[in-house]
Design a protein around this ligand. Sequence first.
Ligand code: ADP
Length: 448
Amino acid sequence: MGISRILIANRGEIALRIHRAAHEMGIETVAVHSTADADAMHVRLADHAVCIGPPAASESYLNTAAIISAAEITDADAIHPGYGFLSENARFAEIVEAHGIAWIGPKPEHIRTMGDKVAAKKTAGALGLPLVPGSDGAVSDFDEMRAVAAEIGYPVLAKAAAGGGGRGMKVVPSEDQLESLVRQAMNEAKSAFGDDTMYLEKYLGNPRHIEFQVFGDGNGNAIHLGERDCSLQRRHQKVFEEAPSPVITDEERARMGGIVADAMAAMGYRGAGTIEFLWENGEFYFIEMNTRLQVEHPVTEAITGVDLVREQIRVADGKALSVSQDELEFKGHAIECRINAEDPFTFAPSPGEVTYYHAAGGMHVRVDSGLYAGYRIPPYYDSMIAKLIVYGRTREGCLMRLRRALEETVIEGIKTNIPLHEELVREPDVISGDYTIKWLEEWLAKRE
Ligand code: ADP
């Protein structure tokens, strides 16, 4: 039997990405879309399309009942959630499975555990991952917080257990500000997530963001697919990602990768996951695990040759991993630029009609995007409209090719952040790989 028709519960480039993997495997696709996305590329390419609601995501892409109905009407036997929207919603995963539909994602219990950062940190610690020093779980008493903070040393970071997207987080520089800043973080968390559970962590001064791609078959076998360096961020949003990291040696990759793969095997983890670390002075510190495919997964695909979406579908279909750790080889270097419909330097969103579009091409250039000339970028969703992924045998060669590919890309009618990327790839620190999570914001501040 096996999966024969996948409903794609997402939009934009990732919906297209999933459609492509499915069609290569001979699997039909069902696109579900809001009224604002009727003309989207993945809707045109899918075998079936169902309109599930008005533009607001809460009434369409987050509308569980409408999505399940669409799956039933079209006889879809699997659902791929992409990233964002319902991808890390354990309840939705359970509902999908309760309807006898294959969930192309991790086991609901693992989504739930990792979605609670306090539980995630406990689990990670128990599995042997190195943690950022901090409170032992949640803290609600201010005297206890002061004691913990004094022990780990200021500055500390107050973080919401339910946090995401950088919200519900406050840096506390000294004890006199602890109570007021934690209260602010709690209010933010309460209104954003309906949960103000907090914990404390040592605030690392100038780390890199390094994350490992993992993959499990759900039966106790798991591999790692190396790391990605996503340190170039603005407001905790990644802008430019690369694999491998310029600072991780082959020995470190094998050592840390071995630790995370063993942890996933011990959990019985199923499907794709990402274990995020901060890295400072040669040490890794676990911060969170994402139980989904990430935006930046193509850089890992480029250096390993493994199609991660195909692998997700295979595993959801009960098949074994198509590659073993020993067979996996890391070759060359890949960089991804996130192309957003926004002013390159003020970051004001710039939706509207794309009047002309020419994608870069040539050797080792990949563009994941649903853009076409005449397409109207709706104002309701994320501003990312394309990902440019470039591969080279060396990092230097990759950067040379990336400069050429950026030069070649034409998107007219709206503003994009391509001029920002064009400047970044010429910056000496980017060229040498000498940057941390602070670098981009400091560079932007200097540029003004
Ligand atoms: P979210 O789920 O909101 O993205 P994360 O725990 O992944 O939260 O943290 C987001 C970002 O915040 C990290 O990429 C890093 O830039 C910063 N950060 C998180 N924890 C720390 C820490 N202990 N010290 C310094 N920076 C941190």
